[in-house]
Design a protein around this ligand. Structure first.
Ligand code: 5GP
Ligand code: ZN
Length: 117
């Protein structure tokens, strides 16, 4: 499995850096965001190092698909599914991507505006 030893999320995924893990399996690790933007703010991170959405190819379809599946399962386990929640993936500077290992933000526990800021 491709990892990058200088990448923050690879280091969290392998346990080298501590985070509050809420779920993990062989495909993803999910942990609380250090700077939460909602009452629930979980980052769902594939263990495979992929820097951005622009680096994806079709071979990663299963990894990315399972990342969304796991996000939806975590949301259900946290009982966010009936009231609603938001999944966000930022790409690049204009969207505010700061960690260059793809991840899905799972945000819940409050209302979200549309269009997003
Ligand atoms: P991005 O801006 O790349 O979409 O999201 C990166 C997220 O990672 C941000 O919401 C930020 O708060 C979070 N983050 C950055 N460093 C750490 C860390 O060391 N631990 C945890 N748990 N979250 C982090
Ligand atoms: Zn990484």
């Amino acid at each position: 499995m491709a990892t990058n030893e200088r990448c923050l999320f690879c280091r969290i995924a392998c346990g080298e850096i501590t985070a509050k893990i809420v779920f993990e399996d062989d495909i993803v690790v999910a942990f609380n965001d250090i700077n939460p933007q909602a009452p629930t703010h979980v980052l769902v991170v594939p263990r495979t190092h992929i820097s951005t959405l622009d680096d994806l190819d079709e071979e990663e379809a299963n990894v990315v698909g399972m990342t969304i599946v796991r996000a939806s399962q975590i949301a259900r386990n946290l009982q966010l599914n009936s009231e609603g929640y938001r999944l966000v993936v930022n790409h690049g500077e204009a969207a505010g991507q700061t960690v260059f290992h793809i991840h899905v933000h799972l945000l819940g526990g409050r209302n979200f505006g549309w269009p997003p800021g």
